[in-house]
Write a protein that binds this ligand. Structure first.
Ligand code: ZN
Ligand code: ZN
Length: 351
């Protein structure tokens, strides 16, 4: 089968590798869609974690069809269309975090059979843990199912901030995480979503997609003043940061939050952030981080995302802008890496 092998940085080669065999409790999946995630781009931009040996495979936002079953698999059948919860999130099942259902916090997260593991969605086939696969109704496309990883991150972030229906929610950023989060926040009853970005075009898409009600282009107006103005001088009860990187944005989020408000950080900052701690004290702000997803009060957050998708409360299509065959994965990554020139939001690769 063909699989994309990552040799570090921009060196991605599609090579012939053996089709893997599903072990006990696993299924072989013919991958139909795999999204290029912001975390995939960290490696592409040269920030490769030391735990990866070269070449590696990746692609954790995937969906496809079951083609064979490993020993002891029940509840799935050959030919079934499935969404797949990413395997880098599998916990050890024994530590205090796993016992509490918070497997995203497991110190051995993603270690399977003693080895660091992840999904290989940028391949024609991938072996997946059967209990991480859920059948998809016919009306849910593979592309939409491949976006569930993003939606589940949004479900987790929204669960952690405890939204109330009269909340104005501010989202910094206009990428796929921001757009999926905006839709989840609306599904959870947020009164109004205000999205802050650097370019007009993705913000317009966000409004069309139902991810935002109002937008602020931060080159046209000061975002802190704009949010203050939109909230009657109070600031927002909930501010989500989805950008990360090297910019100093955490302080800006705190300046947008109202007294007693919450700042939720979903972006991965690559530089220490300097913040005004006295502002945090004055407003008694809560700053929290939101990393991936797992369960919330006993319910799988990935399944919550799937349920929201299946009942029509999410709108993935406008977020999925670009499609490439596996052979052109280098072009897919280039488009995802330079969204300003490509106008990409989420890029899908089809094996
Ligand atoms: Zn992802
Ligand atoms: Zn664990």
């Amino acid at each position: 089968m063909k699989s994309a092998l990552f040799y570090g940085g921009k060196d991605i080669r599609v090579e012939e590798v053996p089709i893997p065999e599903p072990g006990p409790g696993e299924v072989l999946v013919r991958v139909r869609s795999a999204g290029v995630c912001g975390s995939d781009l960290h490696n592409y931009r040269g920030n490769r974690p030391a735990s990866l040996s070269v070449p590696w495979q990746q692609g954790h936002e995937l969906a496809g069809e079951v083609v064979s079953l490993g020993e002891g698999v029940t509840g799935l059948s050959v030919g079934q269309r499935v969404g797949i919860e990413a395997e880098h999130l599998v916990g050890c099942g024994r530590c205090r975090h796993c016992a509490a259902g918070q497997y995203h916090l497991c110190p051995d997260r993603g270690v399977i059979h003693g080895e660091k593991h992840g999904s290989h969605g940028f391949s024609e086939y991938d072996v997946c843990i059967a209990r991480n696969c859920r059948p998809l109704p016919d009306h849910i496309s593979f592309d939409a199912a491949a976006l569930l990883d993003c939606y589940a991150c949004g479900v987790h972030a929204v669960n952690r901030v405890s939204l109330t229906p009269d909340d104005t929610v501010v989202i910094l950023g206009a990428g796929a995480i921001a757009m999926t989060l905006g839709q989840v926040a609306k599904a959870y009853g947020a009164a109004r979503v205000v999205m802050v970005g650097t370019r007009r075009a993705p913000l317009d898409t966000a409004v069309k997609a139902g991810s935002a009600d109002e937008v602020i282009v931060n080159s046209e107006q000061d975002p802190v003043e704009a949010v203050t103005g939109l909230t009657g001088g109070d600031g927002a009860p909930v501010v989500f940061e989805t950008v990360g990187g090297t910019a100093q944005l955490l302080g800006q989020c705190m300046s947008m939050a109202r007294r007693g408000g919450v700042v939720s950080v979903m972006g991965l900052f690559m530089k220490p952030q300097s913040i005004d701690a006295s502002l945090g004290m004055q407003r008694e702000l809560t700053v929290q981080w939101s990393n991936s997803f797992s369960t919330w009060r006993g319910q799988s957050e990935w399944e919550t995302a799937l349920n929201l998708l299946c009942t029509g409360r999410l709108n993935p299509d406008p977020i999925i802008t670009h499609h490439y065959p596996l052979d052109r994965i280098a072009d897919a990554f280039a488009a995802a890496d330079d969204k300003r020139s490509s106008s990409a939001i989420r890029v899908m690769v089809h094996g």
